[in-house]
Design a protein. Sequence first.
Length: 459
Amino acid sequence: MKEKKKFRLFDAVLMAVVVILVVESAAPAAAIGSSQFFWWGILLILFFLPYGLISAELGTTYTGDGGIYDWVKMAFGRRWGARVAWFYWINFPIWMASLAVLFTEVMTQIFGLTLGTPTLIILQLVFIWGVTLISCYPVSDSKWILNLAAFAKVAIMVCLGVLGIYHAVTKGMANDFSGKALLPSFDLKSLSFISVILFNFLGFEVVTTLASDMENPKKQIPQAIIWGGILIAFFYLFAAFGMGAAVPADQLSTSGGLIDSFILLVSGINPFVVVIGLLFMYTLAANLVSWALGVNYVAFYAAKNQDMPKIFAKENPKNEMPIGASIINGIVGSALVIVAPFIPNENIFWAFFALNVVALLVSYIMMFPAFLKLRKIDPDKERPFKVPGGPVLLKIIAYIPMLLLVITLFFSIVPLSSSEFSEKIPILIGTIVATIIGEICIRLGDKEYAKKQVEKNQN
């Protein structure tokens, strides 16, 4: 019998980069300005490293299908697990709507089109339902989608960085990159975008599922965390430098900023910019397709345990794909792009994308105290990888990332000045509505669970 090929450190690092690297979030992060270099460095140490270590321990110790939902549920009970599953899922259709809007913006940008609102909505619906239908089939788990998207992501960011260096040498910089400019200003606009950097670090727990295929997971997982984090930060910062060379930070669009930067760096739209734009559009769809199975399966798994509405437990008997979650994704995403023209926010992409970021960050908050609780209530469980350190150090490692999530969420959704009202009020309202709907779903799940328990006891 042929021995199964072991997963090398290089493979783990590559997967971390492929899964976590999201091109469309480069522009919102770059909108922080030159001080983003400071924030990337600080958050890499204070957030990504402890988050990666905790993900590594939980992912290799509790290998069930529910992932973060299971970890929180085991630590704090069904309701908290259900809340995690809800926010982890709801971020996806909101993300889908934001990328549908961005997809049409990039298309009109690179081809110089002027389209009316009805036409844009139709194109956005085609994008959403194209992704939704693909997600209903096993093709959504195909490696070629991920590999091609990886090539496109790296190509876009490297090209942007190289062009930025050339522009800086030949024409100078559009932003100040001197020592003082790199220090954080703590202005409200910059603090609002820091959540995007945290968002850019999330997803590493996917890599921990490879532990059983590694030669030495205890050594390779922390190495993958460190090297993966450094490479991810490098690609984002390299692209951000290119944008910083071309566009002043206060004029950088969170939606069109990436393509705007290429247009300015090469002095207009040409075939090269069109190709970059097409690659970018492909990565938008590929990001969703590659993440769909994981997100949908968490919702499916939670629904099977009566922690999400029954519709999410619907699957295709032929290929065992969670089609209930996929269809609901399409419905929610469609509703959002249809109501988008009525939302009082000039940048609809950012309104949706920020709400998607908020939902995903919320779903990770309870993971950190769950780590400490599981260490306490399940101390004898075999842990293939164990975060080193005593009780005090472990609390520091767990609570600092949790506090960073809470603080950045506050600055992302709460308007602290009159100038922020039009931008943040829709995000705040969206967060409140998503929370209320989630609580209703959880209460319905409680009733379904109680009903199942009665039936079980009667039998």
